[in-house]
Design a protein around this ligand. Structure first.
Ligand code: ADP
Ligand code: ZN
Ligand code: ZN
Length: 694
């Protein structure tokens, strides 16, 4: 019998697979899991993915008779088992339809069956062209590993030779040469075979520099880069090469954890603590967690790197569930570890050594001195725009967004005939700033607080002789402009760099000798229990931008704060991250917070809060009698950003010591959620597992 029934996943938000007839003679092929097919669904032609082969078709069975046939097969190899299993796990764990997840792993063009033929032609043409101009890379990556690096490398080789899962943390201060260690390791793994490896990085703006190095290290191997900023044509070809094993090294941002890599032999998660591994909408997954799951599943080593490991990873260190290698020295000859200086804002106010913009005389002196030495200064302030709020001093009116529960940020950007505009960073609304207070008519509105633009303006008045470069997402909107700015900085002429977190990560600034950090105090006492961990790693990162070569003297980091005695600063000054994060993790244990408890949010979004609460109480009531003492289901609360683009957002938090119980509660909730969604389609309900945004 050559006619089978297969179960197919379709790209729709429904938790269900669909039966189709697979005629082996007609399709010229036996059915295979992971095959991408063309099917009729409803009245439309859709792409589908075969997930199950259900057995023979029976004419005697009335149900079978009504089934439709698989029309055609995509000329692609099937999606590999490893990825299929990963998607199945993600579907269950994150409670999202499998079809939706599977199709998110495929370039959009391949979802449209009418494009298949054109896609194949385009690909073949491109591959032919590439044959003619094969890459002529030269291996310039001859590092001589230092002792620490060599030890880590040797042990890594020992681990990968076992062909088993092992979770490894390569911890090392910034500039200790972690990249060199793992690239050498991966190179060795790929030697003399057809295997593949995956390197995950947090953000696109990190990729160009690393990409260049990777292409130099893997001269004889095809490297593919996957992130959201490549063109559809580039993505199609890269994805195809990865899936067919032609690409040996895959470098990408979080979504590439879902890349089809049939011969995957190792995964590296670079800067594993970085928040951008967590996707905050749609399928709310964590790429680091999925990387570990994928490693366990296909029995390969997973290497995490960080200077400041996350609490989740550090818990594993404490519990001996991870193999730890440490690099404690700067790799480069002459590079120094920055020295921390705290500037007490209370004292400065008393002594009147602070200007109206909040800059202390000490900071200004340091800037002047560094410039006189022909070195660069980096000023870090994690807020873009001119000023976070426009404010009326007489009636306390503030520039609130009409559509969000957030302040409109003042930007130094033309709007009509005005030099400034108000922008909401959440919904994107842009308006002209009011001439007078909309509430009391006061003509004297003031900006409160500083963003990168105001700092830039202020510094350019204070230091007219110094060139200032501002780097934030506004100044680097134009494609390529970030690269241009960074390459100017790398040339090394003395300047002042003012930047947001865009400048803190990855960049190897050879000429920065002084780092200045403004406006940190809010994060020290934030409601978000992760804020302090995040702040610490940000400060370590930004401090690590200075002193990266023998071109500079002792590098220094200056922080202005009202809380000079905060334990974070003491630990930072003494380079005691380990002790600090250990304390944080133990505190979490005591308070039964993650990673010692598992959390999930059920989020409801609609135009009225009343409706949200109604639904959330209904869901809560539905699952409450199922829980035991391991679990707490909290009452509905507004989300941190309560209103977004006119939509009210509320949530309930479920917290459990037992992951399995949490899973089963969420599954029960999901049934209820699906029912509610069917009744009122305008209401959005999401589940966020292991949330990091509340
Ligand atoms: P990390 O990722 O730990 O911050 P990198 O891998 O970026 O550090 O290395 C920091 C700098 O040190 C880079 O410029 C790199 O080329 C250089 N480097 C790495 N290993 C060595 C080595 N063994 N000898 C000299 N320079 C090295
Ligand atoms: Zn007013
Ligand atoms: Zn808004």
């Amino acid at each position: 019998m050559s006619i089978k029934i297969v179960k197919v996943a379709i790209d729709i938000p429904i938790f269900q697979l669909f039966d189709y007839i697979w005629d082996e003679e007609e399709l010229n092929q036996k059915p295979k899991r992971g095959q991408i097919v063309k099917v009729e669904f409803g009245k439309k032609i859709n792409a589908g993915i075969v997930l199950q082969i259900n057995g023979d078709f029976s004419c005697a069975n009335d149900q079978d008779k009504s089934l439709k046939r698989v029309i055609e097969l995509a000329q692609l190899t099937h999606i590999d088992e490893g990825l299929l299993r990963l998607c199945q796990f993600a579907s269950k764990y994150y409670l999202r339809p499998l079809g939706e997840i599977l199709f998110s792993t495929i370039p959009t063009d391949w979802k449209k069956t009418e494009k298949w033929e054109a896609l194949e032609k385009q690909r073949n043409k491109k591959l032919k062209k590439e044959e003619h101009n094969a890459p002529q890379n030269q291996d310039k990556s001859k590092w001589l590993l230092n002792n620490e690096q060599q030890t880590a490398y040797d042990q890594l080789i020992h681990i990968s030779a076992k062909n088993e899962f092992e979770l490894i943390l390569l911890k090392g201060i910034t500039g200790s040469g972690k990249t060199a260690v793992y690239l050498n390791w991966l190179k060795k793994i790929l030697e003399g075979n057809d295997d593949q490896c995956l390197i995950l990085v947090p953000e696109i703006n990190l990729t160009p520099q690393l990409e260049k190095i990777i292409r130099q290290v893997f001269i004889n191997q095809e490297v593919s880069v996957l992130h959201s900023n490549i063109s559809p044509a580039q993505r199609n070809i890269a994805w195809w090469k990865v899936q067919h094993g032609m690409s040996r090294v895959i470098l990408g941002t979080r979504l590439s954890i879902f890349a089809p890599i049939p011969r995957l032999k190792a995964i590296v998660v670079d800067e594993e603590h970085d928040g951008s591994y967590k996707q905050q909408d749609g399928l709310r997954y964590n790429a680091r967690d999925l990387a570990i799951w994928r490693g366990v599943d296909i029995k390969i080593p997973v290497l995490l790197t960080s200077a400041t490991p996350s609490s989740e990873t550090w818990q594993k260190v404490i519990q001996n569930k991870i193999t730890l290698f440490e690099l404690t020295k700067k790799a480069k000859e002459g590079a120094t570890i920055s020295q921390l200086h705290l500037i007490d804002l209370n004292q400065a106010r008393k002594n009147k050594t602070i200007d109206t913009h909040g800059l202390t005389s000490e900071i200004k002196k340091v800037i002047q001195k560094t410039w006189e030495k022909n070195k660069q200064v980096l000023v870090f302030i994690n807020r873009r725009g001119y000023s976070p709020i426009l404010h009326c001093g007489s009636c306390q009116w503030k520039s609130e967004c009409k559509k969000c529960s957030a302040w409109m940020v003042v930007h130094k950007k033309k709007f009509g005939d005005k030099d400034f505009s108000l922008q909401c960073h959440h919904c994107g609304l842009v308006t002209a700033p009011p001439v007078s207070c909309p509430s009391c008519g006061n003509q004297d509105l003031a900006t409160v607080g500083m963003g990168t633009q105001k700092i830039e303006e202020h510094l350019s008045l204070e230091f007219p002789q110094i060139e200032i470069m501002r780097i934030d997402s506004d100044s680097t909107k134009r494609k390529g402009s970030a690269d241009e700015a960074f390459s100017l900085i790398h040339q090394g002429r003395p300047c002042l760099i003012v930047g947001t977190q865009m400048v803190t990560k990855g960049h190897d600034f050879q000429h920065v000798e002084t780092v200045i950090v403004l406006d940190v105090d809010k994060s020290l006492y934030s409601q978000d229990f992760r804020a302090i961990e995040k702040m610490f790693s940000q400060l370590v990162q930004v401090a690590g931008r200075g002193g990266r070569s023998d071109q500079t003297d002792q590098s220094n980091i200056y922080i202005q704060t009202e809380f000079v005695n905060h334990p974070l600063f003491t630990s930072l000054a003494n380079h005691r991250y380990d002790d600090y994060i250990t304390e944080i993790v133990l505190e979490r244990k005591e308070n039964q917070l993650p990673p010692y408890a598992y959390q999930a949010l059920i989020i409801v979004e609609s135009v009225t809060e009343k409706k949200n609460l109604e639904i959330l109480y209904e869901i809560k009531g539905h699952i409450e009698n199922q829980k035991n003492t391991q679990t707490t289901i909290y009452d509905p609360t507004p989300r941190m950003l309560h209103k977004h683009s006119g939509i009210e957002r509320n949530q309930i938090l479920i917290e459990s010591k037992d992951r399995i119980e949490l899973q089963s509660l969420l599954e029960t909730a999901l049934d209820q959620i699906e029912m509610i969604k069917k009744k009122s389609r305008s209401i959005k309900i999401h589940i966020d597992r292991d949330p990091t945004l509340f």
